[in-house]
Design a protein around this ligand. Structure first.
Ligand SMILES: [Zn+2]
Length: 679
């Protein structure tokens, strides 16, 4: 029996928790769009928003690394600055050779005011803005994927013990890296580099005369660049320009994330829904990206002309009508990316319209035609809630699909199949027809996956694999992967997750080698080359190359819960192979076609080989111990090789390819995204 005093003491402790817990969030003010909208009367009121960022310790000191140019600069001797778990903000300005003083977001005055006040002239606010938006984008990504995000590793062939990958703890963010109209993610430096440049003085409604445009103050540009880095962290081969869709996909995906993040700002959403009377197909801030940069320079993201544009005759903004030839004809990465962005936005509009149908019916007394004048505030609130839910749903579908994409040579058709498969895997019953909305939007733009005859959900979902004789061998793998998942689940930080990944990738490589050496069944399953028999059956000519080595490219765990509480417990592994295709072999795809021959880019080294990659993304269900999907890019695929050769070595449009792509395609160009974003 406890004494009365003891019981009293326990109760007092229950009532009064004397320990002060750390807060869940850090609130930081920032621009909802960019500074230009604060200059316009109708948008200035909604252009300040408050980001709620998960609380983290920011007392670390950002490094003094200066990757912007290679000169030795003064080290960063400030003892303040923003450095968290994922990013560090390094405010070095190479044009002046100076570090700007770092912001101290832990300062009590700053904490008590939800961060620094938005200001174009305060570099510390610029740091806060880049930090807040970067973190928000990372949080959205992690929420959709159900695991922690890792940046793409650094590679070093000379590490001991066959180890090649070095963990990258921080993405380095340079708010004032360039004095030019550019901003980009550098895969080489693992950094976001934001530029600034004098505003064109022509249009005084957009900029103060003589002012500067800071790309680091645009929420869209920051989320776009952060998304490039997140995508590279998951799929590091996607910056290889092997197909007209490769870099276009990077651009489009970055825009999709930036675009749908607009719908998570409640004040903006309510304001714009009221203004458009709930019609998201009419022009609104929600569907535009990087306004200030776009107006200053002309073009930034894929999106600017994607959803709609001003009709030069009527001067009225119009929704663009999709053209089923677009996908076949448009090659330039931004324009091509715009096709994908508009397809996803179109799917979103259909989903939203479906969700608000009843609300409109009630509000219009059944006629569907809303009365003149403003919408009732309650209706606006309800519509905004539906828009936000739909946007969140579409964004989550788009991010999750990344786990169902092949590890190399992605195209838009693959992505559509990934979206549909990922969704069908988690949500068996598509009672709201979300999947149909996606398929329909893609179809209207001519995006058809290869080898698919009809565009139905059934034909687009990757078929469940049949493993046949190697089932027992595969079940060893799934037992092994369960250990991996348990280890990762208890890993307390990202560095440890990276180490566990590396360790299990190495072990998995050994296991696959041991179990499937010379296994033609495994070759068939993955579309890769594992059996000597492959050399014969594909007439590969063993004298020029034997079986290529394989790489365990990635290993990821995924635990997801669907809307009905159905849970998925999976591990995704991807395996890749490559071979260098000699000129004698690839040139036959161009020879005999005069129009292509004359367009061969003279800048290319004639002796160059072409790197051709194959890969398989394998999705293993840990609850059933079954390999569910294999999403393959075949190692022997003459059709795909031909496409790559024609894309890389020939061209339909010599002027564009020679001037634009030759620079991107320079072998091993480490900064493909820099060139794409430069104006
Ligand atoms: Zn981009």
């Amino acid at each position: 029996m406890f004494s009365r005093e003891y019981i009293k003491a326990v109760k007092v402790n229950e009532i009064f928790d004397t320990g002060i817990k750390k807060p869940n969030y850090r609130k930081l003010r920032g621009y909802a769009f960019d500074p230009s909208l604060s200059l316009q009367l109708d948008t200035s009121a909604i252009n300040t928003t408050t980001f709620k960022i998960k609380w983290e310790d920011l007392s670390g000191k950002p490094g003094n690394q200066n990757f912007v140019n290679n000169q030795n600069q003064e080290p960063n001797n400030q003892d303040k600055g923003i450095k968290g778990e994922y990013v560090e903000i390094i405010d070095f300005d190479p044009a002046s050779g100076l570090f700007y003083e770092g912001a101290d977001l832990n300062d009590p005055y700053i904490l008590a005011q939800d961060g620094l006040e938005p200001s174009e002239s305060n570099p510390q606010f610029h740091q806060q803005m880049t930090y807040a938006v970067t973190m928000r984008t990372i949080e959205n990504f992690e929420k959709a994927l159900g695991r922690k995000a890792l940046w793409s590793a650094r590679y070093d062939e000379h590490l001991p013990n066959g180890q090649r990958e070095i963990f990258v703890q921080h993405l380095r963010v340079y708010p004032h890296a360039l004095r030019e109209a550019n901003a980009f993610y550098s895969p080489l430096k693992k950094a976001l580099l934001f530029g600034y440049f004098p505003a064109p003085t022509k249009d005084l409604s957009q900029h103060l005369p003589g002012g500067m445009v800071f790309t680091c103050l645009s929420q869209d540009i920051i989320s776009h660049e952060t998304t490039h880095a997140l995508l590279d962290g998951m799929h590091r081969r996607y910056i290889e320009d092997t197909h007209p869709d490769s870099l276009a996909f990077h651009e489009a995906f970055a825009d999709i994330v930036a675009l749908f993040q607009h719908f998570s700002m409640p004040e903006v959403l309510v304001h714009q829904i009221a203004k458009t009377k709930g019609d998201l197909t009419s022009q609104s801030l929600l569907g535009e990206l990087a306004q200030e940069f776009g107006k200053a320079i002309g073009n930034y993201g894929a999106l600017r002309s994607a959803i709609g544009k001003e009709n030069p005759e009527t001067k009225k903004w119009e929704l663009s009508t999709p053209n089923p030839n677009d996908y076949n004809e448009v090659i330039e990465p931004h324009a091509r990316g715009a096709i994908l962005v508009s397809a996803v936005f179109d799917a979103f509009i259909s989903i939203y319209n479906l969700r608000v149908k009843d609300l409109f019916r009630i509000a219009s007394g059944g006629s569907g035609i809303l009365p003149e004048g403003e919408l009732h505030p309650t209706l606006v609130k309800l519509l905004a809630a539906e828009a936000s839910k739909s946007a969140n749903h579409v964004l989550t579908m788009c991010i999750r699909a990344l786990d169902y994409c092949p590890p190399v040579d992605i195209n838009f058709g693959d992505y559509l199949r990934a979206i549909i498969t990922a969704d069908a895997d988690l949500v068996p019953d598509d009672d709201k027809n979300y999947r149909i909305a996606f398929i329909d939007a893609f179809r209207r733009r001519g995006i058809l996956p290869k080898y698919i005859k009809t565009l139905s959900v059934e034909s687009l979902v990757y078929p469940l694999v049949r493993v046949g004789d190697i089932e027992t061998k595969l079940s060893y793998i799934s037992t092994f992967l369960r250990d991996f998942q348990n280890d990762v689940a208890y890993a307390s930080n990202r560095s440890l997750i990276h180490d566990i990944n590396i360790d299990y990738k190495r072990k998995l490589h050994g296991l696959l080698e041991g179990k499937f050496e010379n296994s033609i069944e495994f070759s068939d399953l993955t579309g890769l080359l594992f059996s000597d028999e492959d050399i014969r059956r594909f007439s590969l000519g063993a004298d020029s190359y034997g079986l290529p080595k394989f790489e365990v490219h990635s290993l990821r765990q995924a635990r997801r819960v669907g809307p009905n509480g159905d849970a998925l417990n999976q591990v995704i592994i991807s395996i890749t192979q490559k071979r260098e295709v000699p000129k004698e072999e690839w040139s036959k795809f161009i020879e005999g076609n005069d129009s292509m021959l004359k367009n061969i880019n003279p800048a290319d080294n004639a002796e160059e080989t072409i790197t051709f990659r194959g890969g398989s993304t394998m999705i293993i269900d840990l609850d059933t111990h079954k390999l569910k999907f294999c999403i393959n890019k075949l190692m022997v695929d003459p059709e795909r090789l031909k496409e790559q050769v024609i894309y890389q070595k020939g061209t339909q449009d010599d002027s564009l390819h020679a001037t634009y792509f030759s620079k991107i395609l320079t072998k091993d160009n480490p900064e493909p995204l820099s060139m794409l974003h430069r104006m």
